[in-house]
Design a protein around this ligand. Structure first.
Ligand code: TMP
Ligand code: ASP
Length: 236
């Protein structure tokens, strides 16, 4: 089905297909952090992230969140609907950690009374800055009517995902999603994996996500394998 390479990102490649409306996403083994200042990889990483994304997207779609996923083609390839990606990283936080904890000088781990939704402008040259709703409108990235739709979708993903992670023995601390337009419908796109979530083991508090790589905590590959194993058990 793969035709020509349309785009190569830090962790994925996108290929055209015979159909204008569909593309193939290939998951790579690379791992980057801090806007690719830090680079790494491990064998099997692409396949693990694909497996987790496919399981979670299928579950989300059964639970009322439409996604771009059509089907899995191979261990590192997904067939997806071609969408127009909105250049926003939509972040939801249940527990304060990472950049927002740092920004306000609050220690990581504070459980939030209500999930926090944040938008970042997806722009590597600018290092993905935080932006307000009005700034997103000013830049012409989103239509006024899409802002509440994006937030509703992000919170719905949070509800479904937090339950799954809880069943798998992990706290969903925060995550980032990307959303695309298919006509005037919004679809969940990109991926959901330990690359774009913070997951803390419920028993030990151990970090089970890309922070192991960002913060040099070791056992990166083993941790991704463990998260995949737990999700496979919960979502089989
Ligand atoms: P942050 O605390 O660094 O803002 O990250 C919040 C969440 O979003 C965390 O789960 C990691 C994820 N994220 C990405 O997936 N890609 C990114 O480029 C950034 C900055 C965060
Ligand atoms: N995803 C970003 C990068 O690849 C930032 C991060 O996750 O820390 O550089």
């Amino acid at each position: 089905v793969r035709k020509e390479l349309l785009y190569e990102g830090k962790a994925k490649k996108i290929y055209s297909t015979e159909l204008q409306s569909e593309v193939v996403v290939e998951y790579k083994d690379s791992l980057t952090a801090f806007n690719a200042l830090k680079k790494g990889s491990f064998a099997g990483k692409g396949a693990l992230n694909l497996r987790m994304t496919a399981l979670l997207f299928e579950h989300l779609s059964k639970n009322g969140v439409p996604t771009h996923l059509i089907k899995q083609l191979g261990p590192t390839e997904l067939l997806v609907k071609k969408v127009e990606i909105i250049p926003l990283e939509v972040v939801v936080r249940n527990v304060l950690a990472g950049s927002t904890a740092k920004k306000f000088g609050i220690e990581e781990g504070q459980v939030l009374a209500k999930p926090l939704v944040e938008f970042y402008f997806k722009n590597d040259a600018l290092a993905d800055p935080f932006l307000s709703d009005d700034q997103a409108l000013m830049l012409g990235i989103v239509k006024e009517t899409e802002i509440p739709q994006l937030k509703t979708m992000a919170l719905k993903v949070n509800d479904v995902l937090a339950k799954v992670m809880n069943q798998a023995g992990m706290t969903l601390v925060d995550f980032k999603i990307e959303i695309g337009r298919e006509g005037n419908r919004l679809l969940l796109a990109d991926e959901i994996s330990p690359d774009c979530c913070r997951l803390w083991d419920k028993k030990t508090g151990e970090k089970m996500d890309k922070d192991r790589f960002r913060r040099d905590l070791g056992n990166v590959a083993e941790t991704y394998q463990e998260v995949c194993k737990r999700l496979s058990e919960v979502l089989k």
